[in-house]
Ligand binder design. Structure first.
Ligand SMILES: [Zn+2]
Ligand SMILES: [Zn+2]
Length: 306
């Protein structure tokens, strides 16, 4: 066994996953914290323009979520799935709920006040003029995981609004017990793919891995030994940039040839799955050069999202 393989095996040794939460629903402050993280990353990043724009967008999402949580007509009880709807409860909610458009309009109004480039301003004006049916087609592109159906200019606004709606819906499941899913590689709340995974630090969850939902912000436990994409427990590889502090690595699977980023919170507890994924695209380029496929999905990645 090589030194690298030994290190991977060592890393994969987790404490037994008994008596630990299998699921963490998103916090009401998820977008506030994300905005702060984007701001902090933008200060010293070559792509500071886009990260700064996403900081503003996250702040607008926070405002929209606050509005939805205080005005939603659904009670937690109404939002819960009925008997027999045990899998991915958000997929059981009825379509045609235009609450997400309320979120979109709040986000667009907030962004109009911000210092943003003229093309983004034009996109806002165009989205403001669209009716419910036209907008619903755009939401479907997000829920079908086909962001290429949207223009790069409109994608961030639509994705941000659907995220707010999904987080608000996930918050309705506050007290619902969740078990393990058959397909552990997708979110047990909304069935979306993960953006990346985090290794938690401290308390009973120390060194445990949670996958982070790209859409509703929930995090669910999955043992390190398994590949999140194919479920294989075979050989894996760990990659990071030479000289980096090791807070973010990419773990590859030899079985399906994919990789997923891992955020080590003990090295930096302020990291955010969506923001830090976007701020480390050079790691994706390195993995692409190795011939590996991205197993995570990030809706704010403008060249395709997955
Ligand atoms: Zn989810
Ligand atoms: Zn795999």
């Amino acid at each position: 066994m090589s030194d690298v393989e030994r290190m991977i095996e060592q890393e994969k040794m987790e404490p037994p996953a008994t008596g630990i939460p299998l699921l963490h629903l998103p916090s009401k402050n998820i977008f506030k914290k994300r905005g702060e993280r984007f701001s902090s990353l933008a200060r010293k990043h070559p792509d500071s323009g886009y990260l700064g724009f996403l900081a503003l967008l996250s702040e607008a999402q926070h405002k929209a979520l606050g509005h939805l949580t205080s005005s939603t007509g659904k009670s937690a009880e109404e939002g819960k799935p009925g008997k027999g709807e045990e899998k991915s409860p958000l997929t059981c909610l009825a379509s045609g709920d235009y609450l997400w458009i309320n979120a979109l309009h709040i986000i667009l109004e907030e962004m109009k006040k911000a210092d943003i480039p003229a093309p983004a301003r034009n996109t806002i004006a165009m989205l403001m003029r669209m009716n419910e049916n036209e907008l619903e087609v755009k939401r479907e592109a997000i829920l079908d995981w086909e962001p290429d159906r949207l223009s790069p200019a409109e994608l961030p606004f639509i994705a941000a609004s659907v995220q707010v709606y999904q987080v608000n819906s996930a918050l309705l499941f506050e007290n619902r017990p969740f078990g393990r899913e058959v397909n552990e590689g997708t979110c047990p709340v909304c069935a979306s793919p993960p953006v990346c995974s985090v290794i938690r630090a401290g308390s009973v969850e120390n060194r445990l891995r949670y996958l982070c939902c790209s859409l509703c912000g929930s995090e669910w436990h999955m043992v390190r030994i398994k590949c999140a994409s194919c479920g294989s427990t075979g050989k894996t590889g760990l990659y990071s940039h030479e000289g980096s502090d090791g807070a973010i690595k990419a773990e590859s699977c030899h079985n399906c040839n994919s990789y997923l980023k891992i955020l080590y919170l003990e090295k930096d507890p302020d990291m955010d799955p969506v923001a830090d994924d976007l701020a480390t695209l050079s790691l994706d380029i390195m993995m692409d050069e190795e011939g590996l496929l991205h197993g995570g999905a990030n809706l704010f990645l403008l060249n395709g999202g997955t």
